[in-house]
Design a protein around this ligand. Structure first.
Ligand code: FES
Ligand code: FES
Length: 158
């Protein structure tokens, strides 16, 4: 399979690499860059486990090719953290509201929630529920995740 040289930024660092033209961004991140925090579930756009941000927008990295990220800014779960080096506010809220168990879905949720709150910092309950439809979690029953997002919306409201 032919390869193409690509340059992009990943978690704030410039990356130059040879990518197979049909390599997905998810596989590129996990296998070439060893950023295995991005999970693969369905591999066809249904579960959201592979969510990363591309120029700040949440995308499913299993549906994108690595070459499509040329010149773009990618953020993965490895790039997320608090200023003190600990958890960021979304991760902390998920922990405090029991919004995670096995954690397989959690990186995708964190990336989706961060992008959602960046765009909609003070969402209604309906907007939160709508935003949650892009990610699947088999463990928590969604209520904890909803409460976590709601607590952050409440922060913005106050
Ligand atoms: S692995 Fe990409 S959406 Fe499920
Ligand atoms: S915490 Fe297990 S799938 Fe979400």
């Amino acid at each position: 399979m032919s390869k193409r040289a690509i340059a992009l930024r990943v978690n704030g660092e410039r990356v130059e690499a040879l990518a197979e033209e049909r390599r997905t961004l998810a596989d590129f991140l996990r296998e070439e860059l060893e950023l295995t925090g991005t999970k693969l579930g369905c591999e066809h756009g249904a579960c959201g486990a592979c969510t990363v941000t591309l120029d700040g927008v949440a995308v499913r990295s299993c549906l994108l090719l690595a070459v499509q990220a040329e010149g773009r800014e990618v953020e993965t779960i490895e790039g997320v953290g608090g200023e003190d080096g600990g958890l960021d506010r979304v991760q902390r809220a998920l922990m405090e509201h029991h919004g995670l168990q096995c954690g397989f879905c959690t990186p995708g949720y964190v990336m989706s929630i961060r992008a959602f709150l960046a765009e909609t910092p003070n969402p209604t309950d309906a907007e939160i529920r709508d935003a949650m439809t892009g990610n699947l979690c088999r463990c928590t029953g969604y209520q904890g995740i909803f409460e976590a997002i709601r607590s952050l919306a409440g922060e913005a409201r106050s």
